[in-house]
Design a protein around this ligand. Sequence first.
Ligand SMILES: Nc1ncnc2c1ncn2[C@@H]1O[C@H](COP(=O)(O)OP(=O)(O)OP(=O)(O)O)[C@@H](O)[C@H]1O
Ligand SMILES: [Mg+2]
Length: 362
Amino acid sequence: MGLNCGIVGLPNVGKSTIFNALTSAKAASANYPFCTIDPNVGVVSVPDIRMDKIAEIISTEKIVPTIVEFVDIAGLVKGASKGEGLGNQFLGHIKNVNALLHVVRCFEKSDTIHVEGSVHPERDIDIINTELILADIETVDKRLNRSEKLAKTGDKKNLATIDVLKKVKNSLNNGVPVRLLCLTDEEKADIADLHLITSKPVLYVANIFDIEQDKKYIDTITGFSKKENSGFVVISGDIESEIAQMEPSERKAYYEEMGLQESGLEKLIRETYQLLGLITYFTAGPKEIRAWTILQGTKAPQAAGVIHSDFERGFIRAEIYNYNDLITLGSEQKIKEKGLLRLEGKDYVMKDGDIVHFRFNV
Ligand SMILES: Nc1ncnc2c1ncn2[C@@H]1O[C@H](COP(=O)(O)OP(=O)(O)OP(=O)(O)O)[C@@H](O)[C@H]1O
Ligand SMILES: [Mg+2]
């Protein structure tokens, strides 16, 4: 399961700056593969210090981190959903992403034009959310028309879907994004193939220049994201893009000097993981130490399926111990001696930091 995020926001708010910093920062380090699929799609590996720690104990040929894909689209403007600007053409590119990063301009900087003339996070968020809602209304309307036509021909199985579509449309018309609407799993499944943009979880990204000066803007967005129960992260695209140009060793020294544990970008990736309820498990051996991404609550066979469908199909059991025990005890041998290597069956719910060896037979 790859995690992918679409970057949305008004024009000139720093989407591409953040996207470029995200993607080029990792290109500088051999351990973190980066590739460009398309100018607007970048793949970034998820920094995870635990992999290096495991490698200190289990010698291996290579370390393979798990990845996140980012899609950078052109800025949306008022009326985008009705064909204004360029942005609406790009909305299609974010249909299939798992989450949205909504970049909000919180830096003043007079030489960068603001399409609305001033820095005003609340208004800007509202413009974008409205456009996304309008785009979803259009999608729902199209499906609703088709379903109603089918129903008239006596197609009964569409009737339930029509009810869900009407409920969703009503909510959208009231300005409520689908992510805030309470839908049953069945209702969600009924409209899943519409890939509604406002059904995706959102992480608001306050793009600041100066933490003191821009505090009032940060407060606004904090309040907004709390109200919505969305994620929130503060970042400076400007600084991050400078850091991205540094050599890895230089970068490390810079963070230490600034008293930072991690870069804004690492924080952003970590927050996205949290927002989406994603966790990581590892496989570790002489050939490679590798991180794998799964949803919280995933059971062992499905987790194995992320590696290969055969692993899931022929799942027998999982041999598991936890990362923390490895670090505390210092070797796999000691883990075995202490009885901390467990055999788990098909009902085992995976935990973050599990180090696993799957037994399977196909
Ligand atoms: N945190 C920041 N502080 C100051 N300037 C910034 C910051 N982030 C970005 N900028 C500047 O803002 C300008 C616009 O940035 P960028 O091109 O990334 O915007 P964008 O959202 O991708 O715009 P578009 O929608 O047109 O593609 C650039 O000149 C960039 O250097
Ligand atoms: Mg851009």
